[in-house]
Design a protein around this ligand. Structure first.
Ligand code: ADP
Ligand code: MG
Length: 450
């Protein structure tokens, strides 16, 4: 099946749905066939099938169509997940290495799952620029001698800027030097879920975390406010730290800005080294584009690179998404990437054109969408009809322009940046939980870039 098409579709869906939903529902989904007018998507279980049908059918259909597939129907089919295949040892090719790794790793039982790291996230493929050089240098130092320096190590920065890539690169480098090393990578969402699962089933949380030589925990801000999970994590943290095991974390903001993070955890996070990753500058964006294109054995013309790097500025994930989409279009039409197609890709999907969007226009358009005045949305009133639009405006200032929380607060006439943090979190959870909010945000984003 055309991998390029599906990659492009996933790229777009990833920025439409919440991160948690994307990981849960789309990570293992595959495009099995496009047989006009029907496309068949493979999912990993009956439950996933039902969820996908109920929640994401339309989104998948419209995104496939937008990327050139001539279909008007999407069907779902249950397939066996690649993880199960790897564990039963029936897989060949790429999966074999994961199985092999499990077998070579004598310190863990044969039943332990293959490494949780994604092999594509390495130092080799990580482009270094002014925006990430400090984090990169620290990560390399840790890979050379884990558990000695910079422990814990925490990388923070906005979405799509390379945190997951970098912290997994450390894990991959360590595993490469020493395949006996027990490296555990986990997102804090998964950690929270496993922990809740262990409470429900009255079984102890798996020992794999306490037994790790290197524990990598992604998006640690998710454990904030979850008291018992924080407690459990605190103990794991202490046990590992005392035994000089390396702890690596990522967060979307510095520990001091994570509300409801327990003080004792906050101070521990700051014991070691924290480094931020910020938005890449033009040169770094251009280098990333060339590097990703050459992974596909394609050399982009300078004018194409220039255009994309100038017009997709917000984050690297979107930049990669634009490139994937460009390559998919070229594959479908069987032509070389050109400036013309690059323009179509970027403007056809207006949301990528962050250039014209200003804080002012976000606040303005959000107010107009809800039929309230600019004075109201930035004023002191606390009526529900005004508070929610204000929170949504703050969410959009964060998601679209990556403004800092103090900047966001100022844009809507607030003094306290914790109001902004709180509002952004609140809208994010609402998006995760209800279709209506998701619809509102999607519509608003369409207007912002219209
Ligand atoms: P985050 O975890 O900060 O949200 P990711 O690590 O998932 O971001 O990065 C998003 C995408 O951008 C990934 O595909 C990643 O490989 C790519 N990426 C990010 N930073 C870089 C970089 N410096 N060099 C190459 N690719 C990068
Ligand atoms: Mg990440």
């Amino acid at each position: 099946m055309s991998d390029g098409l599906w990659q492009a579709v996933l790229g777009e869906i990833e920025i439409t749905v919440s991160h948690a939903n994307f990981i849960t529902w789309f990570k293992h989904a595959k495009l099995l066939e496009v047989n006009p007018p029907v496309a068949v998507i493979g999912v990993t279980g009956v439950f996933a099938k039902r969820q996908m049908e109920a929640k994401y059918k339309d989104l998948i259909l419209s995104t496939l169509k937008k990327n050139g597939a001539e279909i008007d129907k999407v069907d779902f089919r249950v397939i066996e997940s690649s993880k199960r295949q790897a564990q039963t040892g029936r897989s060949g090719g790429a999966k074999a290495s994961a199985t092999q790794r499990t077998q070579n790793n004598t310190s863990t039982s044969l039943l332990s799952p293959p490494s949780s790291l994604n092999a594509k996230y390495t130092f080799d493929t990580f482009i270094v620029g002014a925006n990430n050089e400090l984090a990169y240098a620290a990560a390399q130092a840790i890979a050379r001698s884990p558990g000695t320096k910079y422990n814990p190590f925490l990388v923070y920065g906005g979405v799509g800027l390379g945190k997951t890539h970098l912290i997994q690169a450390v894990g991959n480098a360590i595993t490469k030097q020493n395949n006996e090393a027990h490296v555990e990578y986990i997102s804090s969402e998964t950690f929270v879920n496993e922990f809740i699962g262990s409470i429900l089933s009255k079984k102890k949380l798996s020992n794999k975390y306490r037994g790790a030589d290197v524990l990598i925990i992604d998006d640690i801000q998710f454990i904030a406010g979850k008291e018992r999970t924080q407690e459990e994590f605190f103990h794991i943290f202490n046990a590992l730290h005392q035994a000089n095991k390396q702890i690596i974390m990522s967060s979307d903001r510095p520990p001091r800005d994570i509300p409801t993070l327990e003080e004792r955890l906050r101070s521990r996070f700051e014991w070691g080294m924290t480094a931020d990753i910020s938005s890449p500058d033009y040169e770094t964006r251009a280098a990333i584009l060339q590097s990703k294109a050459s992974d596909h054995n394609i050399r982009l013309d300078d004018e194409v690179v220039e255009y994309l790097a100038n017009n997709v500025q917000s984050n690297i994930r979107e930049l990669e998404g634009a490139l994937t989409k460009l390559l998919a279009q070229c594959e479908v039409r069987n032509v070389r990437p050109s400036l013309e197609i690059a323009k179509q890709v970027v403007s056809g999907n207006g949301r990528r054109q962050t250039q014209r969007l200003t804080p002012r226009s976000i606040v303005d358009k959000t107010a107009r969408y809800f039929n309230i005045s600019l004075d109201e949305i930035t004023g002191p009133k606390r009526d529900k009809e005004i508070v929610e639009p204000r929170q949504i405006a703050m969410y959009l200032l964060r998601s679209e322009l990556k403004l800092s929380f103090p900047q966001i607060a100022r844009c809507v006439g607030r003094k306290d940046h914790t109001t902004a943090i709180h509002s952004v979190d609140k809208i994010q959870s609402a998006i995760d939980e209800n279709d209506e909010m998701r619809g509102t945000i999607r519509e608003l984003k369409e207007r912002l870039y219209a």
